[in-house]
Design a protein around this ligand. Structure first.
Ligand code: ADP
Length: 189
């Protein structure tokens, strides 16, 4: 049976870094909605143009947009044991849409793994990443702060959503990359 894991956590928690180790160990396909959106922006597509404006202010793009992307990946990617969702769902509506989508084929979310770091560390990590990756949404402290606020307001409620169905696990994200990876492997195993 195909497994569906959600990698959860605030921006800058290290989801992208840890996802790489997870997909190898568990033969998963990594779906990062942020990366998919940045690809659309780079390609200059109509969707990319709309997404760019929202992302560069630190706001979310509309639910339907990311839901469509996820559905497309599920449909087209074959030959893996499961999927690792990174950056999705980010709202309760998206979580419900995911449940409905999986229910069509009698499937459901397997588990969520949440990487937790405090807000001060979010700012520090994102500012460090800005120097290396050059993302526009990492460069401006006002945008970073809005992303943190967006996370608390729209995404954090998902913790209770998944906790209430027994699918929530949490890992301390404040350690080194290796330490966090070991923490994740422990809960996944
Ligand atoms: P981070 O890890 O810093 O949160 P991402 O690369 O996951 O960054 O996402 C970058 C931006 O893309 C988000 O700030 C948001 O504007 C948009 N985005 C990504 N995933 C979603 C989603 N599931 N729903 C709405 N917007 C999203």
């Amino acid at each position: 049976m195909t497994r569906y894991y959600i990698l959860f956590g605030p921006p800058g928690a290290g989801k992208g870094t840890q996802a790489q180790a997870m997909v190898e160990r568990y033969n998963l396909h990594h779906i990062s909605t942020g990366a998919l959106l940045r690809k659309e922006i780079a390609a200059g597509s109509e969707l990319g143009l709309k997404a760019k404006e929202l992302i560069e202010k630190g706001n979310l793009v509309p639910d339907e947009v990311v839901e469509g992307m996820i559905e497309n990946e599920f449909r087209t990617v074959k030959g893996v044991d499961g999927f690792l969702l990174d950056g999705f769902p980010r709202t309760i509506e998206q979580a419900k849409a995911l449940d409905n989508l999986l229910a069509k084929t009698g499937e459901s979310v397997t588990a969520t793994v949440s990487i937790m770091i405090p807000d001060e560390m979010i700012v520090e990590r994102i500012q460090g990443r800005a120097l290396k990756e050059g993302r526009a949404d990492d460069a401006d402290i006002n945008v970073i702060n809005n992303r943190i606020a967006t996370y608390h307001r729209q995404t954090e409620p998902l913790i209770d959503f998944y906790r209430s169905c027994g699918k929530y696990t949490e890992v301390d994200g404040t350690g080194s990359i290796d330490e966090v990876r070991e923490g994740i492997f422990k809960v996944m195993d």
